[in-house]
Design a protein around this ligand. Structure first.
Ligand code: CA
Length: 253
């Protein structure tokens, strides 16, 4: 589930609004001076060494389709579009082969419209898994499998080992992709991003034990690296709409 998005101030339309804005101004000014990328999030443009002279399969399959979310609830839509295009690329390599876009994905699965419309609340990790499972049942190039992975924070050491194995296996296999559902602020360190969020994992750098997040919140972000422990902490948070933890959706074929 997506929670209300980052704080933004609109135009003053009434005295009450003006008073509120004046009251919020110091906080907004304080927020402006805080870094967008906290101590754990390194922007890709500042550190791209991992990709030099190497074929990193998931990254090069996903990055050509790195699209922004079209509204504040649509991170699950944009993330799914990236992954579906990577899965379908070989089958759409003809002159009339269109890339999946918002219009098409809403036709392929009406849930993408329902969850991001005026009454929508974004996707929970289970809703995203169910939606992708249904969509891919009849999709080109199948069969596909979709699984939701959760991690138990009670035995953090063992569960982090399980996450590391899953990330390492995914990094080596060009036929699978991971969409992560996490609390954004845990990764970025930006308290304004204290919202449920979804993004594909672009890479896993096993040597430095970090993951590249292809964050679809492109109004604010570029892809960024975070320690995989931060990913673990971010997905191991509770989605208040379900009282269950967030997690990963793994799509493979
Ligand atoms: Ca993979």
């Amino acid at each position: 589930m997506m929670l209300p998005t980052r704080t933004r101030l609109g135009n003053p339309v009434s005295f009450i609004a003006l008073v509120l804005i004046l009251a919020l101004a110091p906080a907004a000014e304080a927020a402006k001076s805080k870094p967008k990328y906290g101590k754990n999030a390194v922007p890709l443009a500042e550190d791209s060494a991992y990709f030099r002279g190497a074929t990193k399969t998931d990254f090069w399959k996903l990055i050509p389709y790195y699209v922004p979310q079209h509204n504040d609830k649509a991170c699950g839509v944009a993330s799914s579009i990236m992954v579906l295009n990577a899965l379908f690329a070989a089958d759409r390599n003809t002159a009339d082969g269109k890339n999946v876009d918002v219009e098409e994905i809403q036709k392929l699965a009406p849930a993408y419209k329902k969850h991001t419309g005026t009454k929508g609340k974004g996707f929970t990790v289970d809703e995203l898994g169910d939606t992708l499972t249904k969509l891919l049942e009849t999709a080109e190039g199948g069969p596909y499998t979709v699984t939701v992975e959760r991690f138990d924070g009670k035995d953090k050491k063992a569960e982090m080992k399980r996450l590391e194995k899953l990330l390492a296996a995914n990094e080596k296999n060009p036929r699978d992709f991971i969409l992560a559902n996490f609390l954004q602020s845990v990764l970025t360190g930006d308290p304004e991003g204290s919202v449920g969020h979804i993004a594909p994992i672009g890479a896993f750098d096993a040597r430095k034990k970090r993951v590249l997040i292809l964050d679809p919140d492109r109004k604010y972000y570029q892809p960024y690296w975070v320690p995989y422990e931060k990913l673990f902490d971010g997905i191991n948070t509770t989605d208040s709409s379900t009282s269950k933890s967030r997690g990963l959706v793994v799509v493979s074929h």
